[in-house]
Design a binder for this molecule. Structure first.
Ligand code: SF4
Ligand code: SF4
Length: 615
């Protein structure tokens, strides 16, 4: 047994490390006082403070104490464990100590961000004392190893799904790509050119889709939906339901090619309804977004045929005759077009109207400013006799080179007007020279009221989360207040969901442009490849464990377990650790106290409560 392993099993000697968080904590908590008070708690060997415990020097502080043999248990008091518990476990592991001999005290979100002065310091002492009490009783644990299928399932065949499929297959992983429609390409198929490269969307989709359909590692199922789900990371079992398409949707389309504004048609639509079972190790969500549909009369939409969404306008421009000087849309000359930003995005309670579910999109859809300016430039470049008026709240061309669109649009004489949300442009029908009149209070001319006649109004509609409620409920997926699927942490674990083995790619997570979607898809594919590459995955051992001597086989635990992780074998409870989430329901209902959650035992809770009462 190594020296460090011997130490792990010896008398607990706890190292405590208290973080300033650059003032986030120490501006409110007297961290030096906390370190001073807790150093006298029995079992505490060292007590340090550090400006940033998550930094390399902070982690090295812990590692040095382990290597010197000073400590065999670690407590870090810092931010939320969801941010850095894994960071510190990793540091301990690299110092060759069992990473589960660790306890985390959250003195930022649960203390310095909500309390100030002496009460904050007093609470920090209590929280750290409780963590020390638990750390003293911790036992070394080993991760649970489960076999993982060398197979990933991607739900959604848009740009992100295609990109992830290509990358995963290149890593030698078998991929099932499940797409609801008969086409590949998703929302990008409804575009003409994509910014900032100006590439044809169809070319981009065709390149990826052809790589997907010819790759022997990838199976594409179109007209298919995931309707059943069970299992756990490495060993999911999915039911895929296939439904033949309506004939007229695909009639006459060339197989293995891109059909404009429809998508890439792989030609493998099912001819009969059926089901298929997929055994898969990882699931990547690439379900995309929905476009906001303006309400009746919103900026004159549906009341006037001359009011359309940006997507409809892009489609109409693709059919417009070229080299005519003036743009023609739906057979009518467009001498002047008005484009309005932020339609269905950045909605403000009290100003904008909520939907039928009393919900509004308060976020910025991020991509519509650049898309609108790109369309404006295409008008000015292709049809110099068509004037473009641009009505914006803020221009948010945030991406690499995207500010060029704004500069070029200005040079190309696109006329800009800036409006406040409470003074949004008003569209009225006219019987004069132009069919519509747009009235706005323009901030750029010191709130002067401007009235101008136009032939066409284009609404830059925002991105909405796609309604995938059946999947969300079936897989218990976390969803944000904006209704998009939610990652564990936007910086630290940006493509992972809290559900082990379920990853995110593209606009199912948040509004993104095509570049960002592809980057997210590649990150998800890399994460999936890392998870599946070893043939097994390691899970934290915080799962229920049965004391066989105490278990009398009542079966209460099996009945109450929400994950169906417990079965009765030969009259004794038996836990499947891969299914167990460590929720503790079984612990609460066992009359014999015969089951406990490793790393969170009843004894450890009691020790913590005793410390809280004392401090
Ligand atoms: S460990 Fe957490 S609390 Fe400390 S510096 Fe890092 S982020 Fe801040
Ligand atoms: S801890 Fe929860 S999930 Fe695990 S066996 Fe007990 S009841 Fe089931």
């Amino acid at each position: 047994m190594s020296e460090i392993k011997k130490q792990e099993n010896g008398e607990p000697r706890v190292g405590v490390y208290i973080c300033h968080c650059g003032g986030n904590i120490s501006d409110h908590v007297d961290v030096e006082k906390v370190a001073e008070v807790i150093k006298d708690i029995p079992g505490v060997e060292v007590s340090h403070t550090n400006m940033f415990m998550c930094s390399d020097p902070g982690q090295e502080l812990i590692q040095e104490d382990i290597k010197k043999g000073n400590i065999n248990r670690v407590v870090v008091a810092s931010c939320a464990p969801s941010l850095h518990e894994l960071t510190f476990r990793g540091a301990i592991s690299r110092a060759e100590m069992n990473p589960y001999l660790y306890e985390h005290a959250n003195i930022r979100e649960q203390d310095s961000w909500v309390h100030h002065g002496d009460p904050a310091t007093a609470k920090a002492i209590t929280l750290v004392a409780a963590a020390i009490a638990k750390a003293r009783g911790l036992e070394p644990l080993e991760p649970i190893r489960v076999d993982a299928a060398n197979h990933a399932t991607i739900i959604g065949g848009g740009i992100a799904g295609l990109r992830a499929a290509v990358d995963l297959a290149r890593s030698g992983i078998k991929v099932a790509l499940v797409e609801k429609t008969p086409f590949l390409g998703g929302n990008a198929s409804k575009l003409d050119r994509v910014f900032p490269t100006g590439e044809k969307a169809g070319d981009l989709i065709t390149y990826l889709a052809k790589a997907v359909v010819k790759d022997p590692n990838i199976t594409v199922s179109t007209c298919s939906e995931v309707t059943g789900f069970e299992g756990y990371i490495g060993n999911f079992k999915l039911t895929v339901t296939k439904t033949p398409p309506e004939n007229d949707v695909v009639k006459g389309l060339p197989t293995g090619d891109f059909a404009s504004f429809a998508g890439f048609y792989p030609g493998n639509s099912p001819t009969v309804a059926g089901e298929e079972i997929l055994n898969t190790g990882v699931i990547i969500f690439a379900t995309g977004f929905e476009l906001y549909e303006p309400k009746q009369s919103e900026f004159g939409y549906k009341d006037n045929e001359e009011v359309m969404t940006l997507r409809q306008f892009i489609r109409a421009m693709a059919d417009a005759p070229e080299d005519t000087g003036t743009l023609t849309v739906n057979g009518k000359k467009v001498r002047r077009v008005a484009m309005i930003h932020c339609v269905g995005s950045r909605q403000i309670p009290g100003i904008h109207e909520a939907d039928e579910n009393d919900y509004m999109n308060e976020y910025c859809s991020r991509t519509c400013c650049a898309a609108t300016l790109q369309a404006a430039l295409e008008v000015r470049d292709g049809y110099p006799d068509t004037q473009v008026l641009d009505f914006y709240r803020d221009i948010r061309t945030y991406g690499h080179n995207q500010e060029d669109y704004y500069d070029r649009a200005s040079e190309q004489n696109v006329l800009f007007f800036r409006y406040e949300p409470e003074d949004s442009p008003v569209i009225t029908r006219e019987s004069g020279e132009y069919p519509l009149k747009i009235t706005v209070r323009d901030k750029l001319t010191f709130n002067e009221e401007v009235e101008v006649g136009v032939d066409l109004v284009v609404l830059a509609t925002g991105m909405k989360a796609k309604d995938i409620t059946p999947l969300v409920e079936m897989m218990k997926l976390p969803v944000g207040s904006d209704k998009f699927l939610q990652e564990v942490h936007p910086k630290l674990r940006p493509v992972e969901m809290a559900n082990g083995g379920i990853l995110l790619a593209g606009t199912c997570q948040a509004p993104m442009d095509i570049n960002e979607s592809c980057n997210a898809a590649q990150a998800a594919a890399a994460k999936a490849a890392a998870l599946l590459g070893k043939g097994y995955v390691e899970l934290d051992p915080f799962v229920a464990k049965v004391d066989i001597d105490k278990c009398q086989g009542h079966g209460n635990c099996a009945r109450e377990c929400p994950e169906k992780a417990i079965t009765l074998e030969n009259g004794k409870a038996d836990v499947n650790p891969a299914l167990c989430t460590g929720c503790g329901m079984c612990v609460a209902v066992c009359p014999e106290n015969g089951i406990d959650v490793q790393g969170w035992t009843l004894k450890e809770y009691e020790d913590m409560v005793d410390a809280i009462v004392k401090f």
